[in-house]
Design a protein around this ligand. Structure first.
Ligand code: UD1
Ligand code: CA
Length: 454
């Protein structure tokens, strides 16, 4: 049995008032579109087809070869959008699930239920509905006296009586493919809006006395559709709560889930505690027994076990076991802190490896450096790694003691057991077990001042 998902994503999203195509607006770190495609994987067996139009190039670029894209030009409504998939899919699949890219909270299980319902349906298709108090501009499900589905009436044409209907069209349909491609063309242009509405397919089936099945959903949250940025924020809050609950059920503690922001796909081990105002973004993996936050931002980083990260920012960095950093530590791309490293306040590390047990307590910048095990970096130490043209490396050995306020002028090597006195400016390599001190400032040459342009 072949099941293919067709995702309608060509609309302009006028109500978002944005230069970015609506379906690329992010929710918990992934574009709206991604969430729907991910959920559809649970029901579909084939590569999805995405109907693109507004911002087609951007959307296509994002999708790469994860989907077949078809351009709908001009965009003449959801029925017209669905027709664009016909040349690609006719005769190639048994079932077609059509849904809208602006419904990112729908779960895989819901699409599965829709498919299972349609497989047992003698009629041509099934659709998903929800009972809700707030209609949010959704189409209303009109039923006959015997309870069978008769039509979907869009809000703007609904009578006062129809407007009161609480059963709404979510915007997910599962069709027998052959029937769909034969009958889709019967949808007529809506005289008022000049568009072809996919929802009119219901009346076509009903006219032919074919039963349309409805899967009635009771979780309104899952059916939040996004037409405005207000909806976007509501959907993000709901999705965030869903993500946080899953982590808590897996053994992660959160003091305040409403102020804990975790992207989709972030991994966190058990007995890790997240304190308020913590952001975990992108491709981030966190082990067990850590305490993270408060006020911490972590992106694309890896944290081992039993670490403490207090009020700090990490980006593209790795810390191993029993590391503690912060408050106000900043780890940039390529920072790698091995086990038992301590990094105190106001430190910055990038493109550097700090071996086991390194201590770097206060006010230091370490860039393009390797630091051997158990070395102590005194307050205010700077690796002067940039000579105006390129970045130069600093290699510091094991058990080195760098005195406060040392300037390490790279490229530079300090052997194991070396020491520098406070305020040293080190310009030459230091051999093992050697103490270097001093360098008072003195005039060495006259400079030619560059004239500022303009
Ligand atoms: C649609 C449904 C409505 C349902 C609601 C639920 C129709 C006519 N109405 O209304 O019954 O309650 O969704 O979310 O289907 N699109 C295209 N090409 C087009 C027009 C739209 O690809 O020419 C895409 C959009 O990008 C969007 C989706 O189809 O992802 C739905 O379009 P939208 O304009 O948001 O429809 P609604 O007014 O929300
Ligand atoms: Ca919509």
């Amino acid at each position: 049995m072949k099941v293919t998902a067709v995702l309608l994503a060509a609309g302009q999203g006028t109500r978002m008032k944005s230069d970015l195509p609506k379906v690329l607006h992010p929710l918990c770190g992934k574009p709206m579109l991604w969430h729907v495609l991910e959920a559809l994987k649970d029901a579909a067996t084939e590569k999805p087809v995405v109907i693109v139009g507004h911002g087609a190039e951007e959307v296509k670029k994002y999708l790469g070869d994860s989907a077949e894209c078809v351009v709908q030009e001009p965009q003449l409504g959801t029925g017209h959008a669905a027709m664009q998939a016909e040349p690609l899919l006719k005769g190639k699949t048994d079932y077609v699930i059509i849904t809208y890219a602006d419904m990112p909270l729908l779960r895989g299980g819901t699409f599965k239920r829709l498919l299972e319902t349609q497989r047992l349906n003698s009629g041509p298709f099934s659709l998903l509905t929800v009972i809700a108090d707030d209609p949010r501009g959704f189409g209303r499900i009109v039923r006959k006296a015997d309870g069978t589905v008769e039509a979907i009436v869009e809000e703007y044409v609904a009578t006062a009586e129809q407007q009161k209907i609480r059963e709404l069209n979510v915007g997910a349909y599962c069709f027998k493919a052959d029937w769909l491609w034969n009958e889709l063309h019967r949808i007529e242009k809506n005289p008022k809006k000049g568009e072809y509405y996919l929802t009119d397919i219901v009346e076509i089936a009903v006219k032919d006395n074919l039963p349309v099945q409805a899967v009635v959903h009771d979780d309104f949250i899952e059916t939040i559709g996004i037409n405005t940025r207000i909806h976007l924020s509501e959907a993000e809050a709901a999705l965030r709560m869903r993500i946080n609950h899953q982590h808590m059920l897996n053994g992660v503690s959160m003091m305040d889930p409403t102020s804990t922001y975790i992207d989709m796909g972030v991994k966190i081990g058990r007995d890790t505690t997240l304190l308020p105002n913590t952001y975990l973004h992108g491709n981030t993996e966190i082990g067990e027994g850590n305490v993270i936050g408060p006020n911490t931002i972590i992106r694309d980083s890896r944290i081992g076990n039993r670490c403490k990260v207090l009020g700090s920012v990490m980006e593209g960095a790795i810390i191993e076991e029993d590391v503690d950093i912060g408050p106000f530590a900043r780890l940039r791309k390529g920072a790698h802190l091995k086990s038992h490293v301590h990094m105190g306040n106001f430190g910055e590390v990038k493109d550097s490896t700090l071996d086991e047990g390194v201590k770097m307590g206060h006010f230091s910048y370490i860039g393009n450096a390797t630091i051997g095990a158990n070395t102590n970096i005194g307050a205010g130490t700077i690796t002067a790694n940039f000579d105006g043209e390129k970045k130069n490396p600093t290699e510091i050995g094991e058990d080195v003691f760098i005195g406060s306020d040392t300037m390490l002028i790279a490229p530079l090597k300090l052997g194991d057991g070396a020491r520098t006195g406070a305020g040293a400016v080190v310009t030459k390599n230091v051999p093992e077990d050697t103490l270097v001190v001093g360098m008072p400032a003195r005039a060495i040459r006259k400079l030619e001042r560059k004239k500022k342009k303009g």
